[in-house]
Structure formats: structure tokens, C-alpha cells
Design a protein around this ligand. Structure first.
Ligand code: SAM
Length: 306
């Protein structure tokens, strides 16, 4: 007995006034909520609705089409893992491409790697970049690195035009597969990524939640196993403000020098020179790296069978 009688339940408002509730068909029947102190920005770009609000416990929050993209408090977990899982798995990454990631957080993390010479980013929505520079300076700081070249456009088209074998790493920091990011989860896109990578190059892509999206993950894994002839591994981490509190990453390498994703060969925590401009890492370390590939049995069974 919950202590609530039937009438009390019926009177409960589905949206609590003064709170942001993340309601989406991608996670039916549940909605994580954050208390709103103040709405700082509301706009509509060519691609999506953009909101920034001050929350009472997670700092400022960026929301695209009703879905939380980042909060100041927990963005470190996502940005550090999606970046250092691939870049610490190969020696001396030099050319890196980021697809999506308009907030600049992945750029900030890539720029910690001294070996990197070129960082290209292709984000579809200029409004996300502008809003991040205005409201999230500690995230958008990534744009200040002189190695960064910004391209505003669709990541799918951008990748098709990339000459074969250009990049050591491609990081796909996309939103969910409803809206502009839909194509970033499909087979033709993964084929372009594989072509754009040098032999033994690596891809890391945002790959949803094992609690909510096993069906999407199954498709991503089976597509990637067909396309990437090197290693194919699923990793995950915790991000409290993402649906179900976890987010996964698909890590793949092309045929060539073997990449053992589970054992980083380029540990960033060994050298602290990267902390000068960006501050210390808050979340990633080599133990977290290896642990990220341990899967709960229910997910392991499905992922290994694909
Ligand atoms: N970095 C964020 C975090 O900390 O959680 C994750 C989300 S990031 C804001 C996702 C970005 O992908 C959005 O800015 C969105 O505009 C962009 N995007 C979606 N579809 C895209 C596409 N087809 N090409 C390029 N960028 C795209």
C-alpha cells in the first residue's frame, strides 16, 4: 500500500509546477524531473527547440527537444568517457573528428591530448554552439583550442565527403535517434565512418541505455560487427541526469593494428600537463576505462550474440 488512496492519485498533476520533467516516447512511463530556479533561454532553431534553465541542484541545464543534453554538475562523466575511451585506446592520436557535440565539451576533452594536431567538428545546429558559448563557458572552452576547425552542417553529408583513411578517431556525440540525429544510428553512416578512418582507427558513438534501449543497441552492435573488421565493444557509464541514469558507448576499430579497447595504451592520467588549461579530470581514469566494458549478464548475453 503506497499510502495514497485512488482519489489522491488522480489529483496528482502529471507535470509538477516549477519542475522540468523529461517526458519522451523513448522512455515511456517514466520521467526524471529537476527543480527549475529560472529559465535562462528558450529558442527554436531550424532543427530543434532549445532551452537552458538554472536547476536547483545540477547547475545550468541544456535541453534539446525536451531531452536533457547536459548539466553542469554531471557533464564531466559523459564528455570524459566518450572522448578518452577511444583516444586512450590508441597510441598518438593525431586527427580527430567530432560529429554533433555542439556544446564543445568533447572538444575540451580531445584538447587534453598533446599528440592531437587536428580537431574537426561537424555540428548541425549553430544555436547549440551559440547557447553553449553564452551559458556554459566551462564546456564551450573547447572551441578556444587553435587545433579546432568548426563545420556547421549535417554530419552524414560531411562524412561522405571525407577522403578515405583521414582520421585516427571519430567521436559521434549525438542526440537521440528521434530528430536530426536519426541517420547517425544507421548502417550507411557507420560505413562512412569506417571509410573515413585509417587502418586501426577508432570510432566511439553515443549508444543509449542498456535499461531502456536494448533493441536499439542490438541493431547498432549488429551493424557495427558487419562494418568494422577490427574490435567491436560496448561500454557504459553513469550520468545521473540521463534517462535511467546510464549511457552507453559503441567502440569500434577498423581492420589494421589491433585495438584492445579494454586496456588503454595511451593513459592520460599518467601525465598531468593536460590539466593546465582545462583543470583536472573529474571522472575518467584508467580503472574506470577498463571497468566500463564489464556488462551486466542480461546485456552481455544480447550484445555477445550479435
Ligand atoms: N555533449 C552532450 C552531453 O554532454 O551530454 C551530448 C549531446 S550534444 C548537445 C548532441 C548534438 O548533436 C546536438 O547539438 C545536435 O544538434 C547534434 N546533432 C544532431 N544531429 C546531427 C547531425 N545529423 N549532424 C551533426 N550534428 C547533429
Amino acid at each position: 500500500d503506497s499510502g495514497c488512496n485512488h482519489n489522491e492519485l488522480e489529483n496528482m498533476s502529471s507535470v509538477i509546477p516549477g519542475w522540468f520533467s523529461e517526458i519522451s516516447p523513448m522512455w515511456p512511463g517514466e520521467a526524471h524531473s529537476l527543480k527549475v530556479e529560472k529559465i535562462l533561454f528558450q529558442g527554436k532553431s531550424e532543427y530543434q527547440n532549445v532551452i537552458v534553465f538554472q536547476s536547483s541542484t545540477y547547475g545550468k541545464v541544456l535541453v534539446l527537444d525536451g531531452v536533457i543534453q547536459l548539466t553542469e554538475r554531471d557533464e564531466c562523466a559523459y564528455q570524459e568517457m566518450i572522448t578518452h575511451l577511444p583516444l586512450c585506446s590508441i597510441p598518438n592520436p593525431k586527427k580527430v573528428l567530432v560529429i554533433g557535440g555542439g556544446d564543445g565539451g568533447v572538444l575540451r576533452e580531445v584538447s587534453r591530448h598533446a599528440s592531437v594536431e587536428q580537431i574537426d567538428i561537424c555540428e548541425i545546429d549553430k544555436m547549440v554552439i551559440d547557447v553553449s558559448k553564452q551559458f556554459f563557458p566551462r564546456v564551450a572552452v573547447g572551441y578556444e583550442d587553435s587545433r579546432v576547425t568548426l563545420h556547421i552542417g549535417d554530419g552524414v553529408a560531411f562524412l561522405k565527403a571525407v577522403p578515405q583513411g583521414t582520421y585516427d578517431a571519430v567521436i559521434v556525440d549525438s542526440s537521440d535517434p528521434i530528430g536530426p540525429a536519426q541517420e547517425l544510428f544507421k548502417k550507411p553512416f557507420f560505413e562512412s565512418v569506417a571509410k573515413a578512418l585509417r587502418p586501426g582507427g577508432v570510432m566511439c558513438t553515443q549508444a543509449e541505455s542498456i535499461w531502456l534501449h536494448m533493441h536499439i543497441i542490438e541493431d547498432i552492435v549488429s551493424n557495427c560487427r558487419q562494418i568494422f573488421k577490427g574490435s567491436v565493444n560496448y561500454a557504459w557509464t553513469t550520468v545521473p541526469t540521463y534517462p535511467s541514469g546510464v549511457i552507453g558507448f559503441m567502440l569500434c576499430s577498423t581492420e589494421g593494428p589491433t585495438v584492445d579497447f579494454k586496456h588503454p595504451v595511451n593513459p592520460i592520467d599518467a601525465d598531468e600537463s593536460h590539466c593546465k588549461s582545462n583543470g583536472p579530470l573529474k571522472f575518467y581514469n584508467s580503472e574506470m576505462h577498463t571497468a566500463a566494458f564489464c556488462l551486466p549478464s542480461f546485456a552481455k548475453k544480447v550484445i555477445d550474440s550479435k
